[in-house]
Design a protein around this ligand. Structure first.
Ligand code: 2P0
Length: 334
């Protein structure tokens, strides 16, 4: 059989899946908005339970890209410019039909753009006839969403800010796969997973432009990544947890100091954080983190995760609790 190239067989439909990830050392700020280059590195845990499945089909009959998200037609405003990167690279102009489904609330601080663009990078590149390495997929996913670069990989992952002007070295690498060290995240959803009032993209730009704490936040990232990698090397959950909690609080402190402030916290958020502190006093390894939303995610061990989840479930303001172990990297499924 002759080798398939974008010219002789570009229009297959393909399906991929990717897991969301939660940062233990956060990404919050860009050095270049157009190429979506982060101002600093980050470090994350890919989560088995938060999965996105995406199909991409390049179709000659389409005059525009089409996007269906969780069974409803959705805007292609962010999707089409990103697909143009793939089309340019593959030398095609064909429009695509993209069908994506999340098994968890979208745009509510549960990192749906991370799994979305990671799954899309795998499915769309393959559908366009490109064969890309994981590093190339990570660069491509980053153009859609900074956190998506990390979801290409399993388990514990480092995002490198890179130094090249074109962003070719701004990509993620694996630190320890899900098989190397199984740890767990308990996600307490508060407010029923409602959509957030300000996107992380707008929020981090506003924070970098107005927060007097922004530079201090950026300066805190490299030492946190270094310490987190040492903790991972030593399989030291207590040390990794302390960095996780500190990084989230530093990011939110910078966001809160923006003018006007960016405040994702709800009363239920504080109730969760207080309960996590109590769990620690009871001897449980439980370390909270928060993203661009009111939910609280708790880093813990597999053996202690049920106890942490039960404690979160008992809080009246918590509407749902998800326990997730470390998950796999993005992959083609059809
Ligand atoms: C993170 N977040 O490290 C941080 C912590 C939210 C809080 O990455 O503008 O959707 O698309 O690159 O990846 C969410 O930001 O931002 C995020 P863009 P993204 O997970």
């Amino acid at each position: 059989m002759s080798q398939e190239t974008p010219l002789n067989h570009p229009y297959r439909g393909t399906k991929a899946q990717a897991c969301a990830n939660i940062a233990l050392v956060k990404y919050w700020g860009k050095r270049n908005s157009e190429l979506n280059l982060p101002a600093a590195g980050s470090l994350s845990l890919t989560l088995d339970k938060l999965r996105t499945t995406t199909s991409v089909y390049f179709d000659d009959k389409l005059s525009d890209d089409e996007f269906f998200l969780d069974d409803a037609p959705s805007t292609t405003k962010r999707l089409s410019p990103w697909l143009d990167i793939i089309r340019n690279r593959a030398g095609i102009t064909t429009r695509a039909r993209v069908v994506s489904n999340n098994g968890f609330p979208t745009s509510s601080g549960l990192a749906s753009s991370a799994s979305a663009f990671a799954a899309l990078a795998v499915a769309a590149s393959h559908a366009a006839g490109l064969q890309l390495s994981d590093s190339e997929l990570s660069v491509l996913a980053r153009r859609g969403s900074g956190s998506a670069a990390r979801s290409i990989f399993s388990g514990l992952v480092e995002m490198h800010p890179g130094t090249e002007a074109d962003g070719s070295d701004s990509l993620a690498t694996s630190i320890a796969s899900a098989d190397d060290w199984q740890i767990c995240m308990v996600i307490a959803i508060v407010g029923g997973g409602v959509k957030k009032s300000i996107s992380s993209r707008q929020a981090m730009d506003h924070c970098s432009a107005t927060s007097p704490l922004y530079q201090a936040w950026i300066d805190s990232v490299p030492p946190d990544i270094k310490s987190a990698k040492e903790a991972i090397g030593q399989r030291d959950l207590e040390k990794l947890g302390a960095i996780t909690e500190g990084s989230a609080m530093a990011m939110h402190a910078a966001a809160l100091a923006s003018r006007p402030p960016i405040r994702y916290w709800q009363p239920a958020t504080l109730a969760c954080l207080n309960r996590v502190s109590e769990l620690r006093e009871e001897g449980i390894s439980a370390y909270p983190t928060m993203d661009a939303g009111p939910h609280v995610k708790v880093l813990t061990s597999i053996s202690e995760s049920r106890r942490v989840a039960d404690a979160m479930s008992e809080l009246s303001e918590v509407s749902e609790v998800i326990i997730s172990a470390s998950g796999p990297g993005a992959s083609l499924i059809a």
